[in-house]
Write a protein of this length. Structure first.
Length: 168
């Protein structure tokens, strides 16, 4: 009986040592990972939407006009500058783009084509041709706050700009 008692003690001490040893190891689950049902995934995925449409944002800046001494010179775009054309110079707007320039004081507006770089005077964001400045009524002010709205030019806009550039 003494041997049985010692055998039981040996077995218990072995089991205790195994438990202590196993408790210091990290636990690894043997349970399989089950993915969520497809219906749950559908509620997470957002529905398809049509492609976003471009929104045209207007902004205010100081504009001046230029022309008399620069008539006949090449612009940044390679065109010859004509103060009677509906054109503008900008440091940031893309060359060839058409923008709508509005004088907020009187509501008059004009569409101009950006064909040059400038103005190179601190605080000004746009230089208009003389004709464009006349159309919105800032010719006597010299410098005025204007609202600029990028536009998607139509063929009629481009034709109007071309016709205005031929007027002398």
């Amino acid at each position: 009986m003494k041997e049985t008692h010692e055998s039981a003690r040996l077995i218990l001490s072995t089991i205790a040592a195994a438990v202590v040893s196993a408790s210091s190891c990290t636990h690894v689950s043997t349970r399989p990972v089950i993915p969520p049902p497809a219906t749950a995934m559908r509620s997470i995925v957002q529905p398809l939407r049509p492609a976003a449409t471009a929104t045209l944002t207007s902004y205010f800046l100081k504009a001046s006009w230029y022309g008399p001494g620069l008539a006949g010179r090449k612009t940044f775009s390679g065109e010859t500058f004509n103060p009677r054309a509906l054109t503008a110079a900008s440091r940031t707007l893309p060359i060839g783009s058409v923008v709508k320039v509005t004088n907020p004081r009187n509501g008059k507006s004009v569409k101009v084509k950006v064909n040059d770089r400038g103005p190179f005077v601190t605080g000004r964001g746009l230089d208009l041709s003389r004709r464009a400045a006349e159309k919105i009524g800032i010719i006597h002010e010299g410098v005025a706050a204007v609202e600029v709205t990028p536009t998607i030019p139509s063929e009629a806009d481009l034709q109007g700009i071309r016709v205005a550039s031929r007027d002398r």
